[in-house]
Design a protein around this ligand. Structure first.
Ligand SMILES: NC(=O)c1ccc[n+]([C@@H]2O[C@H](COP(=O)([O-])OP(=O)(O)OC[C@H]3O[C@@H](n4cnc5c(N)ncnc54)[C@H](OP(=O)(O)O)[C@@H]3O)[C@@H](O)[C@H]2O)c1
Length: 371
């Protein structure tokens, strides 16, 4: 649609879309704020700090491959924040292939990653385009820590833990519910192994507290690192500071197995959304960086090496907004170093991404050689 606006923020009326717009404005990137409802986008844009001198345009678009292709033609990058991605991402990726546009999204769900990879990876690679899911706190930030560990030759196993303060937005809650339905995997001896269901374990924070964690959908890492010949084992466990959440996750899984899985697919989304609405009826307030902090730890081991990266991060949604905007900024100016289905660090480099997060005060990292 427009060379004047090289980036499209799809889902601009949402909590994350707004933060992507804020960081695009900060990086001086003109953008189209797109979504299904013009009025809601207008309201959201009014809440973006500094929006008065952003270069942007609002476009209402129907969620279909045809309409999205028309919108994207002439643009360079889409920042897709319309979730749950299992329901909507394939149409957006399909439109990107048709329009010749790089694709970024904020999904951390393994089944979405593998669907995008299998359906569109080859088409993106052939067209010289990037298909980069997880350009977000989960799991673009912990990936940075993992890749710092992999900088040490001989590391072949990645054991990751994350502790975060959750802000359940409307689509995030729907996404957690959606995720209970799909299998997830970890990487063991070069094979992806399926978790039997939600797997709980105890993790220890750097300050020595023990927290209940879960596989939380498996994370993106086993999918990324299954295609990295250096990595033999990769597993991640995630805990929330609000420890009640893991119990809710288990209750949901039980509800799914006992009742929900029998509901026909066409009606299931509506039932799940009603359940999500009971948890999160409306968009929560803006994040607070003094409250919403996360710690991501990766221990990388090999036969004779052990390396640990500890990453402190503040504001997972702010971080996501910046990562999307930074990635879009790079893709509109550069020939990407890799194309097709890729992780954020593969395309932008873990050191560069870390530098971007540090420059905004969103994250800091320590990397220690233990053995
Ligand atoms: N991995 C991470 O760290 C991370 C970080 C942030 C977000 N996320 C993910 O990103 C997604 C968005 O999160 P959010 O916090 O921005 O949620 P949100 O505030 O609920 O926003 C969702 C957006 O999607 C749009 N949308 C929903 N259904 C649609 C449909 N059928 N057609 C077109 N647009 C539709 C909404 O439009 P309306 O306003 O018109 O309803 C809204 O713009 C979620 O899946 C979340 O899990 C992940």
């Amino acid at each position: 649609m427009s060379n004047e606006y090289p980036v499209v923020v799809y889902g601009a009326s949402g909590y994350t879309g707004r933060l992507v717009a804020e960081h695009l404005r900060d990086l001086g990137v003109p953008f189209i704020a797109a979504g299904r409802n013009r009025k809601r986008i207008e309201e959201a844009m009014k809440l973006v700090p500094g929006i008065e001198n952003a270069r942007y345009q609002i476009v209402e678009v129907e969620h279909s491959v045809e309409a999205l292709t028309k919108l994207l033609t002439g643009c360079k990058v889409i920042c897709n924040t319309v979730g749950p991605f299992m329901r909507y991402a394939a149409d957006v990726a399909g439109a990107c292939v048709k329009a010749g546009v790089h694709y970024l999204d904020t999904t951390g769900e393994q089944h979405v990653l593998t669907t995008l990879r299998d359906r569109f990876g080859a088409d993106f690679a052939k067209a010289g385009l990037c298909l980069i899911p997880s350009t977000a706190y989960m799991y673009g930030v912990s990936e940075i820590g993992a890749r710092f560990c992999l900088d040490t030759p001989g590391v072949d196993s990645l054991d990751l833990t994350g502790v975060a303060e959750a802000v359940p937005t409307v689509a995030s809650t729907q996404t957690i519910l959606d995720a209970v339905r799909f299998p997830s995997h970890y990487l063991k001896d070069n094979q992806l192994v399926r978790y039997p269901g939600i797997e709980n374990c105890d993790i220890t924070t750097p300050s020595g507290r023990t927290l209940k964690a879960s596989n939380w959908g498996g994370s993106s890492h086993p999918i990324w690192f299954a295609q990295d010949g250096r990595v033999r084992n990769c597993k991640m466990s995630v805990a929330m500071w609000n420890q009640e959440l893991y119990k809710k996750e288990l209750e949901l899984e039980r509800a799914y197995k006992v009742q929900l899985q029998w509901i026909p697919e066409a009606q299931l989304a509506g039932v799940l959304d009603a359940m999500a609405a009971a948890v999160t009826p409306a968009s929560p307030p803006r994040e607070n960086r003094q409250v919403h902090r996360a710690i991501d730890v990766c221990v990388g081991t090999g036969n004779k090496v052990m390396v640990k990266s500890t990453l402190m991060c503040t504001g997972g949604y702010f971080t996501t907004g910046l990562m999307q905007a930074y990635a879009a900024r790079r893709l509109i100016s550069e020939t990407p170093r890799a194309t097709g289905f890729r992780s954020p660090s593969e395309v932008f480099g873990h050191r560069d991404l870390m530098g971007a997060l540090e420059s905004y005060g969103y994250a800091a990292i320590k990397v220690e050689r233990l053995v």
